[in-house]
Design a protein around this ligand. Structure first.
Ligand SMILES: [Zn+2]
Length: 335
């Protein structure tokens, strides 16, 4: 299930999700919620007068301040829950250095840092008007080393065409997971903000798992890693069968579009600036972002685009400010 932004603030959305998942009959906002909120406030107050808080570098303290006081973004929602455990941790009484380490660790708590930002439901539910023309056969094409019969669907959106190449007959059920249908692919592309969509030239729906997955799993230290999408500097995005229904195709596309432009446009100096900004911010938007600078850029850029003009957007900018300032410079027309 994906918690959509449109269902209200993150707090209300998470409350609704928790109720659905637990099957509880009571509503949110009752006595238990008030007690929870009081316990959270007490924990935050205790943190902010602690020697560990004072020992933190200024920038890290400012970012943590936003993380703990934010009300309308998923990172803060998780942190407000995690901070209560933190002040009860036995190590909290171990002095300033121990407290600073625990506070820094808050960014890596599983309740604060998602596995991937594509599971957060950041994207809008709306999409631009589009038409998908009837498919024409492409014949048998070598696709990732496998001869595959493909057909070409032509998507027209904003007066531009984007090719969607799909297995002939558009099978979506494969032994490696569920492949997006050409219709779903078209709707996902139309769901991107226009500036992001303009980076995309073509999508190829591949009916088997990425042959590079085993190598990626080893490189990333993530056993069983499976690619959902893979963006190329040519503006083409390969889409493989999906194994996690919680991963939103539009959010994943935002990540891939960031790969497209960064692979194509960013030079060595740009990457150095990005790595410097990463160090300055001191924490990542997701666990996956922590694996490599290029994934950090793709994950952070997806958040940057999705959170523009959103409630909570200013909170997120204050947490990942050095990177957001670089993206301001690099992507003036992204949305
Ligand atoms: Zn990536």
């Amino acid at each position: 299930m994906s918690v959509r932004w449109q269902s209200g603030s993150w707090r209300r959305a998470a409350c609704a999700a928790a109720l659905l998942l637990s099957g509880l009959a009571t509503g949110c906002g009752g006595r238990a919620d008030e007690d929870d909120e009081q316990a959270t406030r007490a924990a935050i107050a205790a943190v902010k007068v602690s020697p560990g808080w004072t020992a933190l570098p200024d920038a890290q303290r400012r970012a943590l301040d936003v993380l703990l006081s934010g009300q309308d973004n998923p990172w803060s929602l998780g942190a407000r829950e995690a901070v209560r455990d933190l002040v009860e941790d036995a190590r909290w009484s171990g002095g300033a250095a121990a407290q600073a380490a625990l506070l820094d660790g808050l960014w890596r708590d599983a309740r604060v840092r998602p596995r991937s930002v594509a599971t957060l439901g950041l994207s809008r539910a709306t999409h631009a008007p589009y038409t998908l023309r009837p498919a024409a056969p492409l014949g048998t094409v070598e696709l990732e080393g496998v001869a595959t019969a493909l057909e070409r669907h032509v998507l027209v959106v904003d007066g531009r065409t984007v090719h969607i190449d799909a297995p002939a007959g558009a099978r979506t059920d494969t032994s490696d997971g569920t492949l997006l249908s050409p219709d779903d692919a078209a709707r996902s592309i139309a769901g991107l903000p226009r500036g992001a969509r303009d980076q995309l030239e073509a999508m190829v729906l591949v009916p088997f798992k990425n042959p590079r997955d085993d190598a990626y799993a080893k490189d990333l230290g993530m056993p069983g890693f499976r690619t959902f999408m893979e963006g190329r500097s040519s503006g083409k995005v390969l889409v493989f069968p999906r194994v996690r229904a919680s991963v939103d195709p539009v959010d994943m596309l935002l990540h891939e579009v960031a790969h497209v432009w960064s692979l194509r446009d960013l030079d060595e100096e740009g990457w150095r600036a990005w790595e410097e900004a990463e160090r300055e911010d001191g924490h990542e938007v997701s666990t996956y972002a922590a694996t490599h600078a290029r994934e950090d850029l793709a994950e952070t850029a997806a958040v940057y685009v999705a959170m523009r003009a959103r409630p909570g957007g200013a909170e997120v900018r204050a947490m990942f400010g050095a990177r957001f300032r670089l993206l301001d410079r690099w992507t003036p027309s992204v949305d």
